[in-house]
Design a protein around this ligand. Sequence first.
Ligand code: ZN
Length: 145
Amino acid sequence: MSLEGLYQEIILDHYKAPRNRGSVENPDIDIFESNPLCGDEIRIQAKLDGRTIQDIRFEGKGCSISLASASMMTEALKGHAHDHAHKYIDGIKAMMHGEDKLNDEELGDMEALKGVADFPARVKCALLAWTTLEKALNDRAARKG
Ligand code: ZN
């Protein structure tokens, strides 16, 4: 299988069998965002324990790239600290500009999103979940002072 075919396969796998889909009870983060360019919609809920993202789930509709990316994001961040989340958010954003901030091991399945950088119209799809969570984390940090 070509690399492109393999990446396509990974994206479709997350799209068809999304990880951590659903809602969180008494969420500390509950945010909805859309990408009007493509019609993607996402709602992210998370339960925090201090600086740790104890649980994170999403609901959404839209294209395979936006939903696969959300699925990969929850998998990468669940059980990890905010700093880890910000590192990944920055890393994925950089990747969409062709910059390698995360290594292959850190990326895991997310390496499959690398090729999206070649399609500027789809970059917003791939980043929707990430920028939405970033906004929620930043709003929360600002509120807490
Ligand atoms: Zn999309």
